[in-house]
Design a protein around this ligand. Structure first.
Ligand code: AMP
Length: 256
């Protein structure tokens, strides 16, 4: 089931401002891309923007390069400025999916403030949950096709023979460990932050990309576009929630 098949969802999601949370390799990039395509809104990934800056050899890119390679976080003010500029672009006025931002509480507060300046606020903070051992496996077996940007997994989502694959330096085992530690320390505190705003949803990240995507679609279908929170929508109670109640059991632990 895809969101694109549901005209009500498309209508309701116009103006959807969604933050994707989840540890590195939880599937944010893949799922954000699918969702952005089906909803016709941009996916904004600070990781992608920083990699593009690095590849372009800009000052920001040079600074970010070493930090990213070490599995650390780029300073808040730099990524906040990137996001501020990106969300000011015309295509983001109809909504957006943020992938990899915010990653710290100061970033989350800055995002709220910049949206407030535009008279807007976030609708959903959607966290993809996955146990640490699976995160490790996913990251270390993740490959990207340099030509298309498509993300593959050597075991669960194997690439076609024609793909030109790269293994991100920061997906190597030691760095992944540091990134997961950084997530636990710096990013996990965002969960209670968004729960207090009543916009937090959890989705079980175990399973194939299509299985996880179907769970996310059910959550997004609850968004009625009418207000800041979709907690009051009439969506099925089993499709995830914005009340902090864990929706992960609904998706089924279908194994990977
Ligand atoms: P990602 O592709 O989202 O996993 O990001 C790759 C790397 O870029 C991270 O490990 C950080 O070094 C850096 N990065 C991406 N987004 C942020 C952010 N919001 N705050 C700080 N650093 C970031």
């Amino acid at each position: 089931m895809s969101v694109g098949n549901h005209s009500a969802t498309r209508r309701g999601a116009a103006g959807l401002r969604l933050v994707l949370l989840g540890a590195p390799a939880s599937g944010k990039g893949t799922q954000g891309q699918k969702l952005a395509q089906s909803l016709g809104i941009p996916k904004v990934s600070t990781g992608d923007m920083l990699r593009a800056a690095r590849d372009a050899g800009s000052e920001l890119g040079k600074l970010a390069d070493g930090i990213m390679a070490a599995g650390k976080l780029v300073p808040d003010d730099l990524v906040i400025r990137l996001v501020d500029d990106r969300l000011a672009q015309a295509d983001a006025t109809r909504g957006f999916i943020l992938d990899g931002f915010p990653r710290t509480l100061p970033q989350a507060r800055a995002l709220d403030e910049l949206l407030e300046r535009h008279g807007a606020s976030l609708n959903v903070a959607l966290c993809i949950d996955l146990p640490r051992e699976l995160l490790m496996e996913r990251a270390t077996l993740r490959r990207t096709d340099v030509r298309t940007g498509q993300i593959y997994h050597l075991k669960y989502n194997p690439p076609p023979d024609s793909a030109q694959l790269v293994h991100r330096d920061d997906d190597k085992e030691e760095t992944v460990r540091k990134r997961l530690d950084a997530y636990d320390t710096m990013t996990a505190p965002l969960l209670p932050y968004y729960q207090a705003k009543n916009i937090l949803c959890h989705v079980d990240g175990i399973g194939s990309p299509d299985e996880v995507s179907a769970r996310i679609d059910r959550v997004v279908q609850q968004f009625n576009g009418a207000g800041n929170s979709f907690a009051a929508s009439n969506g099925p109670a089993t499709s995830g929630n914005a009340s902090g109640k864990d929706a992960s059991t609904e998706g089924g632990a279908d194994g990977a």
